[in-house]
Design a protein around this ligand. Structure first.
Ligand code: 13P
Length: 311
């Protein structure tokens, strides 16, 4: 990119010229969140994609988010700034192995977290996000046999709050697995009045310490409404950008990971997207997300089923 280009102005004029909408997840860098038309959690991204009238959707997030948008809008062009932005959680659930697991339990209803590939969604009955997982699980009768994949931490958490015994896939997110219980306890001694806000992808021991457990959007909403000043935020630190914007007077402290030198509060995949790549992808309309038609035909069903029951 020509260094003299004002990237923000150029992105803005390209989006108007091409009737494109820029959707960003809360884990994106602050500059991408600031320029996006909408910033939200995984559910909101799917909802916005489903109803947009734009010709092009630029999904600033990771691959499965782009895939979900493409499955919902097969006739639109769906772009992602960097195709290498994958997801450790989606990778922890290879489609062939998951399909085999499903096959071995033919009497089970299959619930999959949105952090999965299209091929996993294709063998799923209903998709959930962390915003609606509890509500959707509770919509099934108590005695219904359920498979929940791929996040074991979210699955365990939902099992505990709904008093279920869903069969869990053994997957996890590499960022949320890294938060240190001991270091959070230490931090809490330093800020005794701080509230601990945790994403349900965190390990059970971290969730046990939390004052509030919820999706990125739910954590944000909770922090905005709270009359407290200090918060320890146990999720990818990108969410803190919007928290500080909405509550400049409050103090948001990223929860410390086990290895303090790793910088692993930040998802290395999410952070592959940059303003420069966003500009390039709008300009060249590349890279696009493509989903195999036969896979998409199956995968769209559990996604639409989720959208129908979510607000
Ligand atoms: P939510 O934004 O839906 O809470 O999901 C977080 C996440 O894991 C994104 O990859």
């Amino acid at each position: 990119v020509d260094k003299s280009i004002d990237l923000k102005a150029a992105i803005d004029s390209l989006r108007k010229e091409k009737n494109a909408v820029i959707l960003a997840h809360y884990y994106q860098t602050g500059d991408i969140q600031d320029i996006a038309d909408y910033v939200g959690d995984s559910l909101a991204l799917a909802q916005w994609a489903a109803k947009t009238e734009a010709d092009i959707i630029v999904l600033c997030g990771v691959h499965f988010m782009g895939e979900t948008a493409k499955i919902l809008c097969p006739d639109k062009k769906v772009l992602v700034p960097d195709l290498n932005a994958g997801c450790s959680l989606a990778d922890s659930c290879p489609a062939d192995k998951f399909a085999q697991f499903v096959k071995e339990h033919p009497d089970h209803t299959v619930i999959s977290y949105v952090n999965t590939t299209a091929a996993v969604k294709a063998v799923t009955d209903i998709v959930v996000t962390s915003t609606n997982a509890k509500q959707i699980v509770e919509s099934f009768p108590k005695d219904e046999k359920l498979i929940f994949g791929p996040d074991r931490n979210l699955g365990n958490y939902i099992n505990s709050v709904t008093n279920r015994n869903m069969l869990l896939w053994d997957g996890a997110c590499h960022v949320h697995e890294q938060f240190s219980v001991e270091k959070i306890v230490e931090l809490k001694k330093q800020y005794p009045d701080a509230l601990i806000l945790a994403h349900p992808e965190c390990k059970g021991a971290v969730l046990a310490l939390a004052d509030f457990v919820g999706s990125t959007a739910a954590i944000l909403k909770y922090a905005v409404k709270s009359d407290k000043k200090n918060f320890i935020v146990s999720t990818e630190s990108g969410i803190i950008h919007e928290m500080r914007k909405q509550c400049p007077e409050k103090n948001f402290i990223p929860a410390p990971p086990i290895d303090s030198t790793c910088g692993c509060n930040e998802c290395n995949f999410m952070r592959l997207n940059t303003l420069e790549k966003l500009y390039n992808c709008l300009k060249y309309e590349w890279p696009t997300i493509e989903v195999d038609e036969a896979v998409a035909k199956e995968a769209v069903k559990p996604i639409k089923r989720m959208l129908e029951v979510s607000e």
